[in-house]
Design a protein around this ligand. Structure first.
Ligand code: G3H
Ligand code: 13P
Ligand code: ZN
Length: 334
């Protein structure tokens, strides 16, 4: 049993309070590899931003749970080595689907967990989330729960269609579960294909997706003033990365994300955590494809992982500074 405080990590409570009051959002970046972890830490240190490093069940299966935990501990030491005396790094379980998985993460040093019972009937979602909260709070670990269903398919997360969060349920849910933050469904979805071209409007040759349901978000904010809200599925799927992938041998058709202006708008509200994974995958793949196409003789992974890491770092910095607004928001800077 290890407590996250002994690893130099922090939970989400204080950073969310500041983010809601300050009208910005904390980035939650998924990581599976050392290069992603390094790029996240470099970006957070350079921008003086708090950051949530999140691990999915799929990431644990891919990289090994223990290794990822030690990488997060290493992330704190690395941030200090890069000159950040008081980094605020959260190690978060993304889309935990059972009490046992959440408990395992809490016991091994995670500072925050998500229990995703969004696919369950309402009462079962409440009961599961409450069970996780009751365990987590004994160790001051914060808990994210979800109401409403996001569409999209990934390794361990899938749903055929989305169901928007019902604002009339949020007070009952947050009160009875005691959760610290609430993930909601207002039109985002997981992956790099969030909308079909038919769902979009063609404006100046660009496919513009339907807007997020800001009316639902505002209704939820009114019912739960100041309560931390989370947006999953918030990659913007940058066209330049998609084009690079396709130019150098990839085949990504109709990849469409959430326009950044909408995420910027959401960040100013009670949305205080924005989840981004697919954009990191795109940035990494685009750089690797380009490098290998331009240097066909290279076979040392460092030769192509270095530009991949640089490209991810650039993307993370862009999100922090130009979209979420969490730059300069470390407690020690304010
Ligand atoms: O929302 C899920 C994350 O993007 C993680 O995806 O389960 O493929 O690791 P994954
Ligand atoms: P994207 O697939 O849009 O990056 O969403 C990631 C996510 O929500 C992780 O939980
Ligand atoms: Zn998600």
């Amino acid at each position: 049993m290890v407590n996250y405080k002994d690893l130099g990590l922090v939970n989400t409570r204080e950073m969310f309070k500041r983010a809601v009051a300050g009208g910005y959002a904390i980035p939650a970046f998924n990581f599976n590899t050392m290069e992603q972890m390094q790029a996240i830490v470099m970006a957070a240190v350079e921008t003086k931003s708090p950051v949530i490093m999140q691990v999915s069940k799929g990431a644990r299966n891919y990289a090994n749970a223990t290794i990822l935990r030690y990488m997060a501990e290493g992330a704190v030491a690395y941030a200090k080595e890069l000159g950040c005396e008081h980094p605020e790094i959260v190690l978060h379980l993304d889309h935990g689907d059972t009490f046992e998985l959440c408990k395992d993460c809490i016991d091994m040093g995670f500072s925050s967990v998500m229990i995703d019972g969004s696919h369950l009937p309402y009462e079962e979602n409440v009961a599961l989330a409450k069970k996780v909260v009751d365990y987590a709070h004994q160790f001051d670990v914060t808990v994210e729960a979800e109401l409403g269903v996001l569409a999209g398919v990934e390794d361990e997360v899938s749903a055929a269609e989305s169901h928007y969060t019902k604002p009339e349920e949020v007070i009952d849910f947050s009160t009875r579960t005691g959760c610290d933050s609430l993930a909601i469904s207002i039109g985002t979805s997981h992956g790099a294909h969030k909308f079909t071209p038919e769902q979009c409007t063609l404006v100046n040759g660009v496919l513009v997706p339907p807007p997020l349901a800001f009316d639902i978000l505002h209704e939820i904010e009114t019912k739960l003033p100041g309560f931390p809200i989370v947006l999953h599925g918030s990659s913007s799927v940058p066209m330049d990365e998609v084009n690079t992938i396709n130019q150098f041998g990839g085949h990504l058709e109709a990849a469409i994300g959430i326009p950044e202006e909408q995420l910027r708008e959401a960040s100013k509200s009670a949305v205080c955590k924005i989840n981004i994974d697919s954009d990191s995958r795109l940035a990494m793949t685009a750089a690797i494809r380009k490098h290998l196409a331009e240097h066909p003789g290279d076979f040392d992974p460092r030769q192509y992982l270095k530009p991949a890491r640089e490209n991810m770092k650039k993307m993370y910095i862009h999100k922090i500074v130009n979209v979420l607004g969490s730059d300069g928001k470390l407690a020690c800077c304010e």
